[in-house]
Design a binder for this molecule. Structure first.
Ligand code: B12
Length: 213
């Protein structure tokens, strides 16, 4: 089914829970292809950008951010069955977490869910994770890829500290590191010392697949 993504983005931005749910229920009922589902997720992500800018302008408050977070989590649960099913973790281990000082996890969960659907074994260590916690988890799980998530500007420094800690522990050459979230870009990737960056979960999963062959 075609879905009006421009309208969806706007309704998410306006936090119109009823309309958004109505649109997504119809979409899911049409048994959509995973490509279409990705476009719908992108529209929801763009809607969250509207929420963020309304918050910056002082038109939305922290309560609205909280509500937006709950709304998007609910929507992603709804969409999850349409992402496709996993390949049993046969494509390798991907360790994922949100870096220290940052508690945002919606984008991380989307990336993790899509990676799982693409056949990775995903180990998610959660939010606000210290460099030491990432090092310990790498030691335990021996991932081929580590994904660092963060949406705050400050998270870029936490990402760098995490990569530095992995280097110091001697793991840097044994794995690929990718960073994602609202705050990342090419410059941040270079500063952090990661191998890749993305603000688009679906694209990032593709790259991870290429890395592990
Ligand atoms: C929802 C939300 C919250 C919720 C989060 C709920 C949750 N469970 O995550 C709550 C209410 C908790 C929250 C709190 C705060 N927030 Co907030 N929040 C948002 C908001 C509106 C949406 C974030 C989101 O979920 N986006 C949608 C997801 C899907 O997008 P995404 O994260 O980018 O993820 C995609 C990709 O980046 C990628 N991806 C994500 N992770 C990874 C990882 C890897 C490895 C890869 C490859 C890819 C990848 O895949 C995803 C899908 O494509 C943003 C606005 C925005 N523009 O992002 C502000 C925003 C991030 N928040 C902001 C702020 C300021 C705060 C608070 C400080 C507010 C306060 N005064 O308390 C606190 C900070 C708490 C903390 N220490 O972390 C600012 C950050 C400003 C800055 N430059 O640092 C923003 C940008 C709003 C704004 N414009 O001012 N927030």
């Amino acid at each position: 089914m075609m879905i009006d993504t421009v309208m969806l983005k706007q309704m998410v931005g306006e936090l119109d829970e009823d309309r958004v749910n109505e649109m997504l229920d119809q979409f899911i009922a049409s048994n959509p292809a995973s490509e279409e589902t990705k476009r719908v997720i992108e529209a929801c992500q763009q809607g969250m950008e509207i929420v963020g800018s309304n918050f910056e302008k002082g038109e939305y408050f922290v309560g609205d951010l909280i509500f937006a977070g709950e709304l998007l989590t609910e929507l992603m649960e709804k969409l999850k069955p349409a992402w496709g099913s996993g390949g049993g973790g046969s494509r390798g281990v991907l360790l994922l977490g949100t870096v220290a000082g940052d508690i945002h996890d919606i984008g991380k969960n989307i990336f993790g869910g899509m990676a799982e659907a693409a056949g990775f074994k995903v180990i998610d260590i959660g939010i606000d994770q210290s460099p030491a916690a990432f090092v310990a988890a790498v030691k335990e799980n021996k991932p081929g890829i580590v994904g660092l998530s963060g949406v705050l500007t400050l998270s870029i420094d936490s990402m760098k500290q995490t990569v530095d800690a992995l280097k110091q522990a001697g793991y840097r050459d044994t794995l690929k590191i990718t960073i994602g979230g609202n705050a990342v870009n090419a410059e941040a990737c270079k500063y952090v010392g990661a191998d890749g960056w993305s603000k688009n979960a679906a694209e990032a999963v593709k790259v991870c697949g290429e890395w592990l062959g």
